[in-house]
Ligand binder design. Structure first.
Ligand code: 13P
Length: 266
């Protein structure tokens, strides 16, 4: 088994204006300047990307986006393409987040507007294809809802999302991709998945990669855990055998807390 470098990514979601993102990043970058053995990614909103890019030029922190559309250009009002992200200097992009799939842990959104988010495994697959074409590393999110866990279908849901999301790609295309296991019930709820169970699912994802693609890519791809990660539980999670880092939401908005999470990954 190869020694995989840990990867910790902050998903700022629809938070922080460009000005706030810049201030957060400055504080965070200073606090993590001594951590050279962890790959760090920040995923600001589209509008904050240029400003964050400018600040990251001299720093070993990667720039990520939160979503992408699967066509390069055209009449797709409001969408942003992988070509545009590549031009803006983006290295990573989240795909298939449960929020863009319309699968929220706690729903305050009226059912009538949920369809707006409804991303499918098929669109996830198209987006990954476009990102790879433009040299951007996808971070594919998978995860079960509470109802699916209670019905005992967690493993089947995860395997199906992996199979459909990665359908048609060659192992050699996916070496620098990452996969994030984000149980929907753990996102923004304060309810973290037990580290041993999170590691079991990450191991299941690795086995799926080995059987769908090959052993080499399964050994190489970083498999992250996301869902209510905080500085108080991150070390426990990151030191599990099959967890290679984390995708951090709420806690990544506090630069000192996010830095403590990154420091715990070494
Ligand atoms: P929280 O860390 O806020 O639970 O969010 C996790 C997440 O959705 C990261 O993509």
């Amino acid at each position: 088994m190869s020694e995989r470098t840990k990867l910790v990514a902050g998903n700022w979601k629809m938070n922080l204006t460009a000005t706030q993102a810049a201030a957060t990043l400055e504080t965070f970058a200073k606090a993590v300047s001594s951590r050279s053995d962890v790959d760090i990614v920040v995923c600001p909103s589209y509008l904050a990307i240029p400003k964050v890019r400018e600040l990251l030029r001299s720093r070993p922190i990667h720039l990520g986006a939160q979503d992408v559309f699967w066509e390069d250009s055209g009449a797709f009002t409001g969408k942003v393409s992988a070509a545009m992200l590549a031009d803006a200097g983006v290295d990573y992009c989240i795909v298939g987040h449960s929020e863009t799939r319309g699968r929220f842990g706690k729903v305050e959104t009226p059912a009538s507007t949920l369809g707006y988010f409804a991303e499918s495994d098929e669109t996830v697959n198209l987006k990954i294809g476009r990102l790879l074409y433009h040299g951007i590393n996808p971070i594919l999110c998978v995860g079960e809802t509470l109802a699916e866990r209670e019905q005992g279908v967690t493993d089947a849901v995860i395997e199906a999302q992996i199979r459909a999301g990665l359908a048609g790609f060659d192992a050699s295309e996916l070496y620098f991709s990452a996969i994030a296991y984000e149980p929907v019930w753990a996102i923004g709820t304060g309810q973290t998945c037990e580290p041993a169970e999170a590691s079991r699912i990450c191991g299941l994802i690795r086995n799926s990669l080995a059987s769908l693609l090959d052993e080499d890519v399964a050994d190489q791809v970083r498999i992250l855990y996301g869902g209510s990660v905080k500085a108080t539980n991150s070390a426990d999670l990151f030191h599990q055998p099959d967890i290679d880092g984390g995708l951090i939401g709420g806690a990544s908005l506090d630069p000192q807390e996010f830095a403590r999470i990154v420091m715990s990954a070494g």
